[in-house]
Design a protein around this ligand. Structure first.
Ligand code: ATP
Ligand code: ATP
Ligand code: MG
Ligand code: MG
Lengths: 227, 227
């Protein structure tokens, strides 16, 4: 489904070059459940942003569904993202001027889903993260963990083919974190490809494969035998 | 050092009242090391904001250093905060237009610390969180965990009498999280009063006392016998 070959990502600031990713090779098959782990600053978010078409590599080849995508313009990347990809951001990135329900609904508007079906899916996604009772509120009126749960609901409401999750339980207590991980597990069981960055060893074990980053490089790529 | 009696915090939105805190009683002595735990949305950040003089309660009495503070105006609260309090925010709250070093330096400018001493403390604090090599960069150029570490450095650089930390390791891998917790432990050993919100059971155990919140109320207040 997804292939990265020789991927480099360099950020330039004044005269300093930050090599966020170096020589990354990665293959993700349809239906995979992959965890990306590694120390702070090792390139996990950068890698996920490239995989999720939010950012382009500085060098290298990126193939998705048989098609080369690293050279696509912003509009074409956005089209593929809106159609096939769900993304849970490390810093949530909810839109401050929209209510909780409007935030969750936004990806569905890009998919020509009729209004009644949109409302049904928004309510259902918010129920799954126990945030339906706050759907008329603004993000600034929510706690950190509540905002994260709304970000989760937004990513799953569109039933995406591929879900990218950047630390989806970072701000959650263990009970609420388990509920989010169960939801992600269900999506995977129904056929969604899942690629998740996590600092939690315990949650990383739910994935079927773990990729370890260190200093912008892949240092380990292990499949686990799943019970 | 700090006493809360009958503290209430109510947020009003349209016609809905959210009771973020109800009937909270709490005593924190000088030199205490307190963990605040509880589910997402249970009132931890709200409680910490009141304790840290960032917010005022809707009702109840708040005494600090023998002085009643719930009725103080914003300017007087800011004066006490800048002088005595270090605060690590759940969402970091770094200032986007300032460099990493300028962000860490900001509290020191409010304390009439001379320029050479400010620079020394900024460098020392950044060294402790392994972020000295990025001191000329902007927050937007940092990873989530790097931003969090800068927020930690900013809170400790001023050697505050009281440190409030809202999930100081939320975005960190275990090795980097341990380093931050060791730093906080050292401050405590040197006399700083520490009050920390955390979702990590393991890190909560480093505190000498645990306060559990549920639905805006204190449901447990346990001192542990420390080894
Ligand atoms: N400005 C606001 N307006 C309305 N409700 C608010 C506001 N700020 C917080 N709340 C509500 O008050 C309650 C407590 O929020 P708080 O941020 O203290 O929770 P928390 O325990 O820190 O949660 P988390 O673990 O998710 O960070 C939540 O239900 C939250 O939605
Ligand atoms: N816009 C940018 N300009 C310069 N450097 C950047 C930029 N964005 C990211 N970086 C750097 O690239 C490296 C990788 O960042 P990335 O956000 O991918 O790390 P991460 O593994 O997600 O870390 P964390 O666990 O802390 O979230 C870091 O050193 C970071 O500072
Ligand atoms: Mg990251
Ligand atoms: Mg909070």
């Amino acid at each position: 489904l997804i292939t990265l070959s020789g991927i480099e990502k360099v950020f330039l600031t004044d005269e300093l070059e930050t090599h966020a990713l170096s020589d990354v090779h990665l293959v993700i098959e349809r239906g995979d459940y992959v965890a990306i782990e590694g120390p702070s600053g090792s390139g996990k978010t950068t890698l996920l942003s490239i995989l999720g078409l939010l950012d382009a590599p500085s060098r290298g080849r990126h193939v998705m569904g048989g098609r080369e995508v690293q050279g696509l313009d912003a509009r074409e990347r956005a089209r593929i993202r809106n159609r096939d990809i769900g993304f849970i951001f490390q810093t949530f990135n909810l839109i401050g001027d929209l209510t909780v329900a409007e935030n969750v609904e936004l990806p569905l508007r890009y998919r020509d889903v009729p209004a009644a079906e949109r409302r049904r899916r928004v309510d259902s996604a918010l129920e799954r993260v126990q945030m339906a009772h706050r759907k008329g509120h603004m993000p600034s009126q929510l706690s950190g963990g509540q905002q994260q749960r709304v970000a989760v609901a937004r990513a799953v409401a569109g039933d995406p083919a591929i879900l990218f999750a950047d630390e989806p339980t970072g701000a959650l207590d263990s009970k609420t974190g388990d509920a989010v991980m169960d939801l992600i597990g269900e999506l995977h069981a129904r056929g969604t490809t899942v690629c998740m960055v996590t600092h939690s060893r315990e949650y990383a074990r739910r994935a079927h494969r773990a990729i370890h980053l260190f200093d912008g490089r892949v240092v380990e790529d292990v499949a686990r035998s799943v019970a």
